[in-house]
Write a protein that binds this ligand. Sequence first.
Ligand code: BTN
Length: 226
Amino acid sequence: MPEIRTLSIHGRELRLLRYAQVDSTQRVARGLPVGTVVIADSQTAGHGRYGREWASPPGGLYASIVLVPTPLLPLRAGVAVAEALSGCGIPARLKWPNDVTVNGRKIAGILIEEAGGAMILGIGVNLEGIPYPGATSIRVAGGRTPLSGELLTRIIEALFTPLPDEAVIERYRDLCATIGKEVSVAVGTARIHGRAVGIDRSGRLVLETDDGVRLISSGECIHLSG
Ligand code: BTN
């Protein structure tokens, strides 16, 4: 049975369900009402984007928030996680669309899935250990390691702070490590190479390629330079 409490943030009532262990907070959150937050100390079947495994031993933050769909949610979520990490002394940046990195190493991941008309925003943050080679954590990156509940509250506060879309885009652009880099983006089975020159008002990556400017809505991006 989870520990249940309510959280009131910016006039919204959230219902927080805390478990010691689940298979995946994304799975538990499916079908629960908007405003529910599921958090677990560890997951046995955590998953990330493209169906990849998300190793989830104790010592990380694993949470899923059930939300009303909004167009800029991926960007808002990236900004909220990066800003919450800044509050722990971590100079987090965003690799488009919403990998959270420090010095090019991944410290947090964001997964957004649709379920019954709602969006389930999944957030995984490495607090203590490094579950994958090449990743990092708040402790390893030299930050002040918060308790998972404390970091989650910071993220939710940032996420629910009323902010017009233009301001979200502006903050996202400031935090985005992809802009200015040579990149390769996997879109379906195609790979598009180019220089990332910006993020447009819909959150698309603006890429200068040999064939002209391309606007990319979704895909997996690799930084090739810098
Ligand atoms: C990614 O970078 O691929 C996204 C990773 C998202 C992981 C989180 S951990 C909490 C939630 N539950 C899951 O099974 N996945 C997300």
